[in-house]
Design a protein around this ligand. Structure first.
Ligand code: NAD
Ligand code: DAU
Length: 354
């Protein structure tokens, strides 16, 4: 059965990669993007699809119940892939309320609307509500702890991860209470093209290109498990086609790296591939700065369930994926330069003035 798929947050980093992936791999499906175009949303990410008759874009807020009801009915939506969120931990520390609004109230609004829409169609079992979430809901690991599984208890540590945890619990409850066909995925740190400049990898790349300091929080020993965004998209494809409703699937890249090692690797690759860097070797720009409040030490994902049950595994290692990503930023300054706006500079001042 072809899907009419509503992608919330489809103009953001992962959402737009997912929309581009889906249009390529499932060209018969109809894709409708709903995105509020916050600072993190960018229609240029979807430029390839503007003339595709199976693609449409709606500028709006997931918290707007009337709008969401109308879209589900008019577009005969069978699947929601829910990416829309406030996603940056540092911003959640500065201004948490937007995180509660979009991540909790927004997810609740979508679930309620989808529940009524699904009931009106006599509860088709092939409908899906895919709730895209994060490994940060599981809290922080010590160096020797085993990786997060789907059974790890929730222990969110930032306003961002707490708001995502709240939304996960709602998605879970709607399955258990109403039998609504929800599935939750908890994913590790993504990287790739269209990643907004505030996040670690694009921030380092852009600062290297501009000859600016590379701010490493604390002692740089924090560990993240990096997943190439295209691998995340293929995992979500497996979950949407073969995943079981009411289940959670962890998605990880099998690439645990210390922040300082990652930044050094970025410097090394940039020295090779970027012509005329203002400061070379770029590792001279590395600067240790005051730590993020409540900074989680380590995340690591055990994605055995996804591998054994849905036959998925990541296809790209960090070295290959990073080279491709860094080359993309070097080749596409017209994408990232306009994002370094006055608002962004103001945000940057607030976080890094220390
Ligand atoms: P992003 O910040 O790049 O994009 C978020 C998108 O949502 C933007 O296009 C924004 O305009 C839109 N949006 C925000 N508020 C909205 C609202 N109220 N209504 C409609 N649209 C709204 O985020 P991302 O990094 O692409 O993350 C996507 C999802 O994946 C999020 O739910 C995030 O929690 C989750 N996730 C991200 C990562 C990661 O490494 N980036 C890892 C695991 C999970
Ligand atoms: O784990 C999944 C999560 O990954 C997602 O849920 C979030 O949406 C996404 O933003 C990301 O969160 P992190 O906080 O891990 O990503 P970020 O890129 O902000 O930071 C990665 C690591 O690098 C983290 O340990 C903090 C550190 N860091 C980050 C920045 C921006 C620095 O040392 N310096 C920096 O300037």
């Amino acid at each position: 059965m072809y899907k009419n798929i509503l992608v919330t947050g489809g103009a953001g980093f992962i959402g737009s990669n997912f929309v581009n992936y889906w249009a390529q791999n499932h060209p018969q499906d109809k894709i409708i993007v709903l995105d509020a175009l916050t600072y993190a949303g960018n229609r240029h990410n979807l430029a390839n699809l503007e003339n595709n008759p199976n693609f449409s874009f709606i500028h709006g807020d997931i918290c707007d119940r009337t709008l969401v009801d109308n879209i589900l009915e008019k577009e005969n939506i069978t699947t929601i892939a829910h990416f829309a969120a406030e996603s940056h931990v540092d911003r959640s520390i500065l201004t948490p309320s937007a995180f509660i609004q979009t991540n909790v109230i927004g997810t609740f609004t979508l679930l309620e609307s989808f529940r009524h829409h699904w009931a009106k169609q006599n509860q088709p079992q092939e409908y899906r509500f895919l709730h895209v979430s994060t490994d940060e809901v599981y809290g922080s690991l010590d160096i020797d702890d085993p990786a997060f599984t789907e059974n790890t208890p929730y222990a969110p540590n930032s306003p961002y991860s707490a708001s995502k945890a709240g939304s996960d619990h709602l998605a879970r409850a709607y399955y258990h209470t109403y039998n609504l066909p929800t599935i939750i995925t908890n994913c590790s740190n993504n990287y790739g093209a269209y990643h907004f400049p505030e996040k670690l990898i694009p921030l380092m790349v852009i600062n290297i290109l501009l000859g600016k300091p590379l701010p490493v929080y604390g002692d740089g020993q924090n560990i993240r498990d990096w997943l190439y965004v295209k691998d995340h998209c293929s995992a979500l494809d497996a979950v949407l086609h073969r995943g079981k409703t009411g289940e959670t699937y962890n998605i990880g890249g099998n690439n645990e790296v210390k922040n300082i090692d990652l930044v050094k690797l970025i410097c090394q690759i940039m020295d090779e591939i970027a012509p005329d860097l203002p400061v070379k070797p770029s590792s001279q720009l590395i600067t240790f700065v005051k730590d993020r409040l409540g900074h989680d030490r380590r995340y690591a994902i055990n994605s055995t369930k996804l591998k054994t049950e849905l036959n998925w595994q990541p296809s790209i290692n960090i070295e290959t994926g990073l080279r491709e990503t860094l080359q993309w930023y070097v080749n596409n300054p017209q994408w990232w330069q306009p994002l370094l706006s006055a608002d962004y500079q103001n945000y940057y001042q607030q976080v890094y003035k220390k």
